[in-house]
Design a protein around this ligand. Structure first.
Ligand code: UD1
Length: 355
């Protein structure tokens, strides 16, 4: 093994896979040893394996196979299973990604073992502590030694929290690296039996989907707001069960979760997206497609100030009005934020190699 530095990456859920791929690839250019650990937070083939295949991520060296659970039990189980691995392997640096429970658990374990942590996609804040991801972001950033940020607003958040500039590295948006790489494939990718134009819908935030009444009422409003327009909705496992009570509608196409390339293809072909996801607000901004976000706040404000995103919250009148604008051809136009250029993985790798 000699003195080659050992970099260990920890991922667990769908959006993590999109973020780790460019960093793993870029770090290969340097004389470093890399290890990949999958916590098993997401485990269905269409939530995990297919992302590894499409994004050409090597098979994980270890899968902790934690599976689903309440926040505390999932986080604790990841910590319990990860601790001996980190103690045993003693990497020189651990990279954690995004804001899922796996991110938080990994940051806690490593920092207590005095292993340096780098957080990719640091500094984002919704300022809404009712979102589990917000807690994950705040704690992970607090524990991380290197903070790789996607945009200047993230730097400002960290500075306000007293993080020294020496720890903050503005590198751009790593998710966009994956998007740029696979966009040509997505443009070529045809998905059978779909209408020419449609609204693409995704919903999986607990606040929107964990209560059946709430979810059904949101869905009815979406259907009404879309008028004649078809709706394509790849359904997250968290949402599936409660949707079974929705009356059928010939314009509503419910799909299983779709792989990354197919999902990009749906975004590029549909014309409008209605979502409560974080990453999709960024992808639509890059693609220049109007995005209506069913949340009260966003940790990605640049998608509103520069991009195509509009926050709707739970104001269904607003949803109708914004949909009318989009259908009338006057949807929001935006620009691509600085450093969302496909080079973020390389910038991260360069900084790590020089550190
Ligand atoms: C998690 C992240 C969220 C991210 C989302 C992307 C946290 C707190 N949340 O939410 O930030 O936007 O991933 O998808 O980490 N399930 C399956 N198969 C799977 C995975 C999950 O059926 O492969 C079902 C289980 O019933 C599980 C539920 O989905 O209980 C929720 O999964 P979980 O990973 O806890 O949260 P997500 O809603 O996916």
């Amino acid at each position: 093994m000699g003195s080659t530095r050992h970099i260990l990456h920890i991922v667990g859920a769908r959006p993590n896979f999109v973020k780790v791929a460019p960093v793993l690839r870029a770090l290969k250019e340097y004389d470093l040893r890399q290890t990949l650990i999958h916590t098993g937070q997401h485990y269905d083939a269409n939530m995990s394996d297919v992302f590894f295949t499409q994004l050409e991520i090597p098979a994980p060296d270890i899968n902790l196979e934690v599976g689903s659970g309440s926040h505390a039990s999932q986080t604790a189980e990841i910590m319990r299973r990860l601790e001996p691995v980190i103690s045993d392997r003693r990497p020189d640096l651990v990279l954690v990604y995004g804001d899922v429970n796996s991110t938080l658990a990994a940051a806690l374990v490593c920092s207590k073992l005095l292993v340096p942590v780098a957080h990719v996609e640091a500094g984002l804040r919704s300022f809404d502590r009712t979102m589990p991801e917000e807690i994950n972001r705040v704690v992970t950033d607090c524990l991380s030694d290197m903070l790789f940020t996607p945009s200047e607003d993230a730097d400002a958040n960290l500075q306000r929290e007293g993080v020294s500039n020496a720890r903050i590295h503005l590198v751009g948006n790593v998710m966009i690296d994956s998007l740029i790489r696979l966009l040509p494939q997505a443009r070529e990718c045809a998905i059978d039996n779909l209408p020419e134009r449609f609204a693409l819908v995704t919903l999986h935030r607990p606040a929107n989907v964990d209560n059946s009444e709430n979810l059904l009422s949101i869905m009815r409003c979406i259907i009404e707001a879309c008028g004649e327009l078809d709706i394509v909705f790849p359904v997250h496992p968290r949402t599936r069960q409660r949707l079974s009570q929705l009356e059928s509608d010939s314009r509503l196409h419910l799909l299983e979760p779709v792989p990354y390339v197919q999902f990009l293809s749906l975004q590029t072909h549909g014309g409008v997206v209605i979502t409560d996801s974080g990453g999709i607000q960024e992808e639509t901004t890059y693609l220049g497609i109007p995005c209506l976000t069913l949340r009260e706040s966003t940790e990605r404000p640049i998608t509103i100030s520069l991009g195509t995103n509009t926050l709707i919250g739970n104001d269904m009148n607003r949803l109708r009005l914004e949909m009318q604008k989009i259908l009338g051809g006057s949807g929001k136009k935006g620009v691509i934020p600085p450093l969302w250029d496909g080079e973020t993985g390389r910038r991260i790798a360069r900084i790590i190699a020089q550190s």
